[in-house]
Design a protein. Structure first.
Length: 262
């Protein structure tokens, strides 16, 4: 079980410190946090759990969440102004995860558009942002982050064997989850405090780490659509791709995902 004292003493910032919820098990921390938000939980509430029985991924997928090996975290945010900034916030979170992993584990993570964090070409982290609707309008954002920390990848389900890894496997040593969780919360706090003015900086860091750029990609929902060249990310963090005829289009994160072309 994540130890509260270790986590609190490693945390530098205050934003999340007073609102940490540590659970043994949840269906999904995103779901738990949505329920807490409906009961009046404050911004900055952060829910961790040891295992998820129904961890959720993007586009209706599940997220493999075995006990005691990963970080399964959801934080409650209420950005000023438009909540249509969800795509930008997911990218902000991807950058924060990559930086925290680099700080604590000494690895050099990349970002696969839209927000999978990878090490050695394989996924170590997924991010899922969901909004909470109140009186018909989005009132809160729940930012969910799942990181494979100390997993043995040979125990991953077959569909993840080729595409996912863990920090332990990549670094050849286990990591204290509390240290990584604290580094991540501190990075999130700092970036969120600077949001949205810091978006140009986030975009710059995102592009620097984006393993997708310059690569040939296939759009998963329309595989018959052929192969595209991933060129850049735009100011809303959409992926700009060019097809064989030189036609450009911009992909939005809520709609599609891409895989590297063979
Ligand atoms: C993806 O890879 O498609 C996104 C995965 C997001 C997983 C995290 S784990 C904590 C939070 N709770 C969930 O049910 N999902 C997110």
């Amino acid at each position: 079980m994540l130890q509260r004292e270790k986590l609190v003493s490693a945390l530098k910032g205050d934003f999340f410190k007073g609102n940490l919820v540590l659970l043994e098990e949840a269906a999904s921390t995103n779901l738990t946090l949505k329920e807490l938000a409906a009961k009046g939980a404050p911004e900055g509430t952060a829910v961790f759990c040891e295992r998820q029985s129904a961890g959720r991924g993007r586009l209706g997928r599940s997220f493999h969440s075995p006990a005691g090996e990963g970080i399964y975290l959801s934080v409650l945010l209420r950005p000023r102004g438009e909540l249509t900034q969800a795509a930008a916030l997911t990218s902000l979170a991807g950058v924060c995860v990559a930086q925290a992993i680099e700080d604590v584990c000494g690895l050099a993570p990349g970002i696969k558009w839209v927000n999978d964090v990878q090490v050695g070409g394989k996924k170590v982290c997924g991010i899922l942002i969901e909004s909470v609707i109140e009186n018909g309008v989005p009132a809160w954002l729940v930012l969910g982050i799942g990181i494979n920390v100390n997993n043995d990848p040979s125990a991953f389900p077959p569909e993840l064997q080729e595409v996912a890894t863990s920090l332990r496997a990549e670094a050849g040593q286990p990591f204290e989850r509390e240290r990584l969780a604290a580094a991540l919360l501190d990075r999130l706090e700092e970036s969120y405090r600077g949001f949205p003015q810091n978006l140009p900086l986030i975009r710059q860091e995102c592009r620097r780490r984006m393993v997708t750029l310059g690569q040939r990609v296939v759009i998963r929902s329309q595989e018959e659509g052929g192969v595209f060249l991933a060129e850049d990310i735009d100011e809303q963090f959409g992926l700009i791709v060019r097809d064989a005829n030189g036609e450009r289009q911009t992909l939005r994160s809520g709609e599609v995902s891409v895989r590297m072309a063979p």
